[in-house]
Ligand binder design. Structure first.
Ligand SMILES: [Fe+2]
Ligand SMILES: [Fe+2]
Length: 457
């Protein structure tokens, strides 16, 4: 992935301050002082992030934005607003900027470090993971910090990582944390073991580090799969952990280019693992993954959709990646519904609630519509994952030929995983029960059901 930055601003002081911070972190960037220079640089190079000053002259910032939207779609664009009130002068609002595809608006009150944090958030985690993050170093001692800022990670998994890619904390009480491992240091095995013995189940890291965590775990899982013999239990647990954090990040922070890249790595890891171990699906059942929460559900749907796709000849690598990401995100529309309706199946809802619940494919497609980084394949999977070939599905009651082929695969994965969660029996038993329900034979493509059967034999 491309990782450098373009700062296009006539405000020398502001751009200088930011450049110093980037240089200190060893990150590369280019500078442009007017629109013409910015366009020439954009033509020559690929930037992961372009910072456009609203006051850019000689090709305005909006002209540069138009150029980017036509020929440099992959760069994330942030706008710098040099003083309050300038938006009014340009007849702009924050809402208009968002609609134009501006991912962040940088205000004059933001310090260079605050801007660096924004850049980090939208950058390739691979790069940031290896940067000693001194300028953003957090305080040493026990701190009162909000639970909302932290993401938990299984302590055993953290230990497996060896080196801490970022600071890890112990939760002492609600909103009270103490840092136990510093970024870049090895995990102190005996101390961590003592915590485990004392019944500690989780360590915590800043949610702002979550993308780097996903990146790190994907890399670690790849190494574990390559190593032989490998521990399937640990790999599946790690994959599950990646999927949890992935879905959480997508649901709460939105889709970033790096998240799409991590979705592909997740897909490749699952694919390699099921290629290496033909009995893997049995282990999924053993490990109490039947907890019917939305994250486990999405992980399993993605997993089984990959498993089915592996048996289908026309599914190539890129398509498989879309299926995996579509599986992870298929129910993202549920997050748009009131909390009591955010369930993976509508069994326990009354009729009115069910009508609301069935809007989630459309809501999900709308959420993803706003993200230029999600491809059409993923969007269609999300939109059509409840369409069935007999026309009994929603939102459009489409029939066989009209349904997007990849959505049909994820639909089988979804239906099958729901059955597994409902019955809490082995994957094979689930499949038998799934087929005994005659409506399923009518709802799903016979060759997809065959593919699922083959992968469970
Ligand atoms: Fe759904
Ligand atoms: Fe689902």
């Amino acid at each position: 992935m491309i990782t450098n930055y373009l700062i296009a601003s006539p405000h020398k002081e502001w751009a200088d301050a930011l450049s110093v911070q980037l240089s200190n972190l060893g990150l590369s960037y280019d500078r442009a002082f007017n629109g013409k220079e910015a366009q020439a640089l954009l033509h020559k190079n690929n930037y992961s992030i372009t910072l456009l000053d609203l006051e850019l002259k000689n090709h305005s910032s909006l002209e540069i934005l138009r150029y980017i939207k036509l020929s440099k779609l992959k760069t994330v664009v942030m706008f710098y607003v040099p003083y309050a009130g300038i938006l009014n002068e340009y007849g702009m609002t924050l809402g208009i900027l968002k609609r134009l595809g501006i991912m962040e608006v940088l205000l004059p009150t933001m310090t260079p470090l605050a801007i660096i944090k924004k850049l980090r958030h939208w950058s390739d985690p691979n790069v940031w993971r290896h940067i000693p993050f001194d300028p953003l170093k957090r305080e040493e001692k026990e701190k009162s910090l909000s639970d909302d800022e932290f993401t938990k990670v299984n302590i055993q998994e953290a230990l497996e990582l060896g080196i801490a890619a970022f600071d890890h904390y112990l939760r002492l009480a609600p909103d009270k944390y103490v840092r136990v491992v510093h970024q870049g240091e090895p995990f102190p095995v005996s101390t961590i073991q003592n915590y485990i013995n004392a019944g500690v189940e989780y360590l915590y890291f800043y949610t702002s580090d979550r993308l780097e965590y996903i990146n790190l775990m994907n890399e670690l899982v790849r190494k574990m799969i390559d190593a032989s013999p490998h521990s399937d239990d640990l790999i599946i647990k790690s994959l599950k952990s990646v999927a949890d954090k992935y879905i959480n990040e997508a649901y709460t922070e939105g889709i970033k280019p790096s998240l799409i890249e991590e979705g592909k790595s997740f897909c490749n890891n699952v694919y390699s693992l099921i290629t290496k171990d033909k009995d893997l699906h049995k282990k999924l059942h053993d490990m109490e993954y039947m907890i019917p929460d939305l994250f486990s559900h999405s992980f399993l749907v993605s997993f089984y959709s990959i498993l089915i796709s592996k048996q289908i000849k026309w599914v190539g690598k890129k398509t498989l990646e879309s299926i995996a990401i579509g599986g992870l995100l298929h129910d993202i529309g549920l997050m748009e519904l009131p909390e009591e309706l955010r369930k993976d199946s509508p069994h326990h809802l009354d009729n009115d609630q069910k009508i609301e619940w069935e809007k989630h494919p459309l809501l999900g497609a709308k959420v993803l519509q706003g993200s230029p980084f999600v491809n059409e394949q993923v969007r269609q999977i999300v939109y059509q994952h409840h369409e069935y070939i007999d026309g009994s599905g929603y939102p459009n009651s489409l029939t066989a030929l009209k349904i997007y082929p990849l959505a049909k695969i994820v639909a089988v994965g979804d239906g099958y995983v729901n059955k597994m969660t409902e019955l809490k029996v082995s994957p094979r038993e689930t499949f038998k029960a799934f087929l005994l329900d005659r409506t399923n034979i009518l709802k799903y493509e016979p060759n997809h059901l065959r593919a699922l059967a083959q992968s469970l034999i």
